[in-house]
Design a binder for this molecule. Structure first.
Ligand code: SF4
Length: 376
C-alpha cells in the first residue's frame, strides 16, 4: 500500500499512498451507494437531526436508536423547541436509552444554539465543537454529513476498520494509536462527498468489518486491506482489557403515604442524575431481623422518614457499567403523616402519574408493578 511509514507502539506502519486512497474512496462510495441502510436521520441534511442521531448513537445500537430518534424529533423538532422544553420532558423522551448525561448536554447545547446562533445550527467545525457534549468525532460527523465539509471522523467502527486496513497491532485507545488513526482519517477523507464517505466508513464497520467474524469475502475493499492479506482480521484490533465485573445488592423502596408514593430527584453527582427514583441504596444484610433493621435505618437516613416494616414485592437483576446488581424492591408505609422528607427534591406522586416522570429502567418496572400493568 505504502510509501510513507510511521511508528506507533514501535510497530512500523505503512500509511496509504495517493493511489491507494483514491481506490479506497471509489470502492467504498460505490459500495455505500448500493448497500446503505434506510435510516430516518438519512432522509434529510438537517444538522439538528444529524446531531440528535449522532449523540443517540454513541454507545447505543442503531436498532435501539431508531424509535427513540423518531419520538424525540417529533416532540422537539427544532433546536428552539428543545431549548424551550423542560428537562424532565427531555429525560422522559430519553428514558431507557441510558447515559443520561447525553440528554442533559443536548438540552444545554440547544440553549447555546438559540442564545448564540439565533436558533440556526452553526456550520463551522470550531463552533460545533464548542457545544456541550460535542467532541471531535461528533463535530466532524455533523459538519461533513450536513454541510459536506471535509472533516475526519474516528469512532468505534472506524477505529476497528482503520486498524485492520493498515494492520495496526498496537492499542487503538492509547494516545499513540489515537494519533495514528486520526492521521489516517485525515488522509482518507475526500474533499467532496465527505458526508457520504464518512457514513460509508461507519456503515462498512457496522455491517461487514464487525468486531467478531468480519465478512471479508463480501468486503469491497478487501484487496486493499493489510489485515486481510496477512490473515489477521480476527486478531486486530488488539482487544481492550475487560474490567472485572462485581456483584452487588441494592434495595429500591416505595414509601407510601395514603394514595401517593415518594419520589426523589437524583442529584448531579449520582448515577442517572436528573432522573426521578424511589429510595435506593446498597444492602448488606440478606434476610431476617438484620435485613429489616438495615432497611428501616437506611430509609430514615436517606429520607428522614420513619416507616413501618418493609415487605419485598419483586427482585430485578440488571447491570450498570461493571456492576451486576440484584435489586430487591420493597413497599412500606410512612409512619408519620406530618413528617417531611430530608433535604433534596422529593415529591409525593400518585402511581398513575408516574408516567410524567423520567425514571430508570428498573424504576419504571417497579412503577408499573405498582399500577398493576406492563403497558406503556
Ligand atoms: Fe474489514 Fe475484512 Fe474488509 Fe479488511 S477485508 S476491511 S478486515 S471486512
Amino acid at each position: 500500500m505504502a510509501t510513507k511509514r510511521t511508528r506507533a507502539h514501535s510497530q512500523p506502519i505503512a500509511l496509504p499512498t495517493v493511489e491507494w486512497t483514491k481506490s479506497f474512496q471509489r470502492q467504498l462510495l460505490a459500495w455505500y451507494g448500493r448497500h446503505q441502510r434506510d435510516l430516518p436521520w438519512r432522509h434529510s441534511s438537517d444538522p439538528y437531526r444529524i446531531w440528535i442521531s449522532e449523540i443517540m448513537l454513541q454507545q447505543t445500537q442503531v436498532a435501539t436508536v431508531v424509535p427513540y430518534f423518531n419520538r424525540f424529533v417529533a416532540a422537539f423538532p427544532t433546536p428552539r423547541a428543545l431549548a424551550r422544553a423542560d428537562e424532565r420532558e427531555v429525560l422522559r423522551h430519553w428514558e431507557g436509552l441510558g447515559y443520561y448525561r447525553r440528554a442533559r448536554q443536548l438540552h444545554r447545547a440547544a440553549k447555546v444554539v438559540v442564545d448564540q446562533f439565533g436558533g440556526q445550527f452553526p456550520r463551522d467545525l470550531d463552533s460545533v465543537r464548542q457545544l456541550p457534549g460535542v467532541g471531535r468525532y461528533t463535530a466532524g460527523a455533523i459538519v461533513s454529513i450536513a454541510f459536506d465539509v471535509s472533516a475526519p471522523i474516528l469512532e468505534a467502527n472506524t477505529v476497528r476498520l482503520f486498524s485492520r486496513l493498515i494492520a495496526f497491532r498496537g492499542a487503538p485507545a492509547a494516545s499513540a494509536g489515537q494519533r495514528l488513526l486520526w492521521q489516517l482519517s485525515e488522509m482518507l477523507v475526500p474533499r467532496r462527498h465527505c458526508g457520504a464517505f464518512n457514513q460509508a466508513l461507519m456503515e462498512l464497520g457496522s455491517l461487514l468489518c464487525t468486531p467478531r467474524a468480519p465478512r471479508c469475502q463480501d468486503c469491497p475493499v478487501s484487496e486493499l486491506c493489510a489485515a486481510f492479506r496477512s490473515g489477521e482480521q480476527d486478531q486486530i484490533p488488539q482487544p481492550r482489557a475487560k474490567a472485572r465485573s462485581e456483584a452487588v445488592n441494592e434495595a429500591a423502596v416505595v414509601v407510601r403515604r395514603g394514595a401517593k408514593v415518594l419520589l426523589r430527584r437524583r442529584t448531579a453527582d449520582e448515577r442517572w442524575a436528573g432522573l426521578w427514583d424511589f429510595l435506593r441504596f446498597p444492602l448488606v444484610a440478606r434476610r431476617g431481623p438484620k435485613l429489616q433493621k438495615e432497611l428501616c435505618e437506611k430509609i430514615e437516613r436517606h429520607s428522614g422518614l420513619l416507616v413501618g416494616p418493609p415487605s419485598r414485592i419483586a427482585t430485578f437483576k440488571h447491570g450498570v457499567t461493571r456492576f451486576r446488581i440484584t435489586l430487591d424492591c420493597y413497599v412500606t408505609e410512612s409512619a408519620d403523616a406530618k413528617r417531611k422528607p430530608a433535604a433534596g427534591t422529593w415529591k409525593w406522586v400518585r402511581p398513575e402519574d408516574l408516567d410524567r416522570f423520567p425514571l430508570s429502567v428498573t424504576g419504571r418496572k417497579l412503577g408499573r408493578l405498582l399500577v398493576g400493568t406492563q403497558a406503556r
